[in-house]
Design a protein around this ligand. Sequence first.
Ligand code: IPE
Ligand code: MG
Length: 270
Amino acid sequence: MLNLISFFFQFPLLWYFIGFLQDIMVLIIKTGPIPTHMAFVMDGNRRFALNKKIALRDGHSAGAESLTQVLNCCYRIGVKAVTVYAFSIENFNRPKEEVDTLFDLLKSRLIYISASNQFVAQEEISIRIIGNRSMIPLDILADLEKVEEATSGYTKRVLYICFPYTSRDDIFHSMLKIQDKVEHGEIEISNITSETIEENNYFGPGCPPVDILVRTSGHTRLSDFMLWECHQDSVIEFPNTLWPNFKFWSVLWIIFKWSYYKTLQLEDAA
Ligand code: IPE
Ligand code: MG
């Protein structure tokens, strides 16, 4: 069966047809409500590698390929902000070799998508690193900051890369920043509101609340992700698909469902 499928995929015409179908679906979805901000916990790379009996690094590489397809789908549909959980502070507990692989892959993928990929320029995507920068080795940080710098002029779309991140660390960091501003007379304690916390967290002002949070691989944990940015209307999806198998059509289906229920909700309200 698999041989038959790979046989059909050899034909360029089939790829052309799939591309055409994608365009049609994107156009259809664009006629309805579109989420502003989508967030992804990209889980399942190691299980994918284990199932396929391939090296761990190749599992993570396959995950990086999925990320490209997911971003392509989201931005083509018109999602303004996408956040991905690339590395949790908890992930530092993994073997050093794997941590190095994850850092290395993230760096090379970001350099690739910002420098040699037309998509970032065409969609005007600003890439932002969100997290505790003091935990990133200096040479890698310098490269990541170059990518941020190169895309900082774009304002149409944003890609937030959480790395190394946890929500608790973010909220705590925001509190420390506010304390510092109070001590320097920049903020009055009586003027502190929830907006002040938002303005001083790693995302900074202007980050829209999350409409859809997706965690792949069937695990139903939040893993300390986007705790502040989720709100009363955020929808959480736990597809039972390992991240490297989560592609264009998987995310399109989730957006389609969200759009359908949103339309019903808006009709009800009217
Ligand atoms: C997620 O996949 C990769 C990261 C962003 C760290 P995992 O490495 O957690 O893979 P599983 O969940 O163990 O299969
Ligand atoms: Mg995992």
